[in-house]
Design a binder for this molecule. Structure first.
Ligand code: ZN
Ligand code: ZN
Ligand code: ZN
Length: 344
């Protein structure tokens, strides 16, 4: 089988799901690129932004004049704490089933500056963000009815982020959400059958093969996973085996800032516009159990395909069958690697 020419499907070892790859249909995605749309430069402070220091949010609460990161409970939270545990199963048939889901939603502003992004913030500023994430993970994870802490960033209007002010969300829940739950099952099963960690083995293999590597430092590697679904998807993976931000060293925390800056800066160069994405960390559940199978990592899922405006849609066969891609992960990695190198 020629992975560069023949249609094939690849297994996502982290989820046990497949992705269809059709390299014969691919034109290099950055060929046919349209001229980037000049994006309006954001001001350092926007009086209409509900996240800028001193401004009033929709709920009527005024933000403090914060000077580094700023954390608050989401005013329109999807989850709320203290919901009593209950389960519904109509007639015990397993067909109409519901469970209560206590949880906490917070928002973290990365900076008082409205116009910055992870790609344009200084490493010192990103270090403060990583510190804040680690503190929130520790605090929320230690709560009795919180068993999973999901930190994620939606960037860009294309991803539904209504506000360009640099920020992320944390949704801390009683249950372990679907995506990490699937990955934990695969990681546990690999550990049981190989007595080694799935991602430790996978990263070693990718470092040997080189074809999908994008960037690396002492603590982390960034690569386009073999099974990537999104055109420029990236997996950021810790080199050392540990499960969460509770376990990384100060140096590793700084290495995380560095790799995030490298990845987001390379992204912004792909089509010459701020690259939209959803990114988030997968960490050990905070359910009090031991999770030797869990290896700290982050996923970047950017939607852009061929230009600043042409995005991948998950429709048709992808929605009803299996996700599919044309350009191979190796070609996407080659492009991102060049752009990451150019930033050094
Ligand atoms: Zn703002
Ligand atoms: Zn590992
Ligand atoms: Zn994951």
């Amino acid at each position: 089988m020629k992975l560069t020419e023949d249609p094939h499907r690849r297994l996502n070892a982290l989820t046990n799901e497949w992705v269809l790859v059709s390299p014969h249909r691919a034109t290099r995605p950055w060929q046919g690129e349209v001229a980037p749309i000049p994006s309006a430069k954001e001001p350092a402070y926007d009086p209409t932004c509900y996240l800028c220091p001193g401004n009033t949010r929709a709920g009527g609460i005024q933000n403090p004049a914060y000077s580094s990161t700023f954390i608050f409970e989401n005013d329109f939270a999807a989850l709320k704490p203290g919901v009593a545990h209950s389960r519904l199963d109509v007639d015990g048939m397993g067909l109409l089933v519901a469970e209560s889901e206590p949880g906490i939603c917070r928002l973290i502003c990365f900076s008082p500056r409205h116009d910055l992004t992870l790609a344009t913030m200084s490493l010192d500023q990103i270090d403060l963000v990583v510190d804040t994430w680690a503190g929130q993970f520790r605090e929320l994870g230690s709560l009795a009815d919180i068993n999973h802490v999901q930190i994620f960033e939606n960037r860009g209007a294309m991803m539904g982020a209504s506000n360009p002010h640099p920020h992320c969300q944390i949704w801390a829940t009683a249950s372990i959400p679907e995506a990490p739950s699937k990955e934990l099952i695969a990681q546990r099963s690999y550990l049981n059958s190989h007595t080694r960690c799935l991602l430790c083995d996978y990263v070693a293999l990718e470092i040997r093969q080189k074809a999908r590597m994008v960037s690396e430092n002492d603590g982390f590697v960034a690569l386009v996973p073999f099974w990537a679904v999104w055109p420029f998807e990236i997996l950021v993976c810790a080199r050392r085996h540990f499960g969460s931000m509770n376990e990384f060293s100060a140096h590793e925390a700084h290495c995380l800032s560095d790799i995030l800056q490298r990845v987001t800066a390379a992204y912004d160069k792909v089509f010459g516009v701020p690259f939209p994405y959803s990114m988030g960390f997968h960490q050990s559940p905070t359910d009090g159990a031991h999770h030797p199978e869990c290896h700290f990592h982050a996923h970047f899922y950017p939607p852009l395909l061929r230009s600043a405006t042409i995005r991948k849609h998950m429709v048709g066969f992808e929605m009803l069958g299996t996700p599919q891609r044309d350009i191979t992960p190796e070609i996407a990695a080659e492009r991102l690697r060049e752009l990451a190198k150019a930033s050094d």
